[in-house]
Design a protein around this ligand. Structure first.
Ligand code: FE2
Length: 195
């Protein structure tokens, strides 16, 4: 009978996947730093980049604690999320909307990582890998904090600024339409306002 993998094998697989995911992020985050318009958002991405580099090192410590060589395995999930973020950055949005979109993309990343680290912590604990569990928990806490920080930036002004810009855009479009009507034949008839 062929040998089947154990939870320990699955754990190592997940670790390698996450190691690769974090490395992908160390390349994607500098692009997000550059793309961010709001200085506080840029700062948040910069500090998460620094944190992510430490998380890569922390995963190396986890491998060491298990007497394993740090090794990555291509993480398709993170590659997909990063790819989606990239195409969002290529869209032409007003600055406020672009920042709101960057936060949306970054939060997808955080939630994906929280799911991965949540599983890793649980599996490390159940197999008695206490040192690994503690290290992984540290990163899980950082990811949660990064996610909360992004929510507070979005809800603390960036989303509202984007919404205000959208309303202003709609109003000036209405005005333009009104002017056209004034110059043309249609006195008296006004189009329904877009909201
Ligand atoms: Fe991370």
């Amino acid at each position: 009978m062929a040998e089947v993998g154990t939870l320990h094998d699955a754990f190592l697989d997940e670790l390698r996947d996450t190691y690769d995911a974090e490395k992908q992020l160390t390349k994607a985050l500098p692009k997000m730093v550059k793309a961010a318009h709001s200085p506080i958002l840029r700062e948040a991405f910069e500090s998460h980049l620094e944190e992510t580099r430490q998380q890569v090192e922390r995963l190396e410590q986890v491998f060491e604690s298990l007497d394993e060589k740090p090794r990555g395995k291509h993480c398709d999930g993170m590659a997909g999320i990063v790819e989606e973020g990239k195409s969002m950055m290529e869209e032409e949005f007003d600055e406020m909307t672009a920042d709101a979109c960057l936060i949306a993309a970054a939060q997808r990343v955080e939630h994906y990582e929280m799911a991965a680290y949540g599983t890793l912590v649980a599996w490390a604990k159940v197999m008695g890998h206490t040192e690994a569990a503690d290290l992984l928990q540290e990163t899980l806490d950082e990811e949660k904090a990064a996610d909360e920080k992004l929510s507070s930036l979005a809800e603390g002004g960036i989303n509202q600024d984007a919404a205000d810009a959208a309303n202003e855009g709609a109003e000036s479009a209405d005005e333009e339409e009104d002017e056209k009507i004034g110059a043309g034949a249609g006195a008296g008839k006004r189009p329904a306002r877009r909201r």
